[in-house]
Design a protein around this ligand. Structure first.
Ligand code: SF4
Length: 63
């Protein structure tokens, strides 16, 4: 699976980083960085939670 972020929608509120800090990081420059674009299946549950809880619906999963 591959993480897809619509950076035009993202408002860098770091909710995804709180759920999965190994996948997402909001840095001092206030931009979101995807740390691992193609995580293993063991991170699917956490990633799906990020998708659901992102208030901007900026995250999606490509298979
Ligand atoms: S939860 Fe959504 S809006 Fe917030 S930083 Fe992550 S991708 Fe951006």
């Amino acid at each position: 699976m591959k993480i897809v972020v619509d950076f035009d929608l993202c408002e860098s509120n770091a909710i995804c980083m709180q759920i999965a800090p190994d996948l997402f990081e909001v840095r001092d420059d206030d931009f979101l960085y995807v740390l691992n674009e193609e995580p293993g299946e063991d991170r699917r549950e956490a990633l799906e939670e990020c998708v659901q809880r992102c208030p901007k619906q900026a995250i999606s999963i490509a298979e």
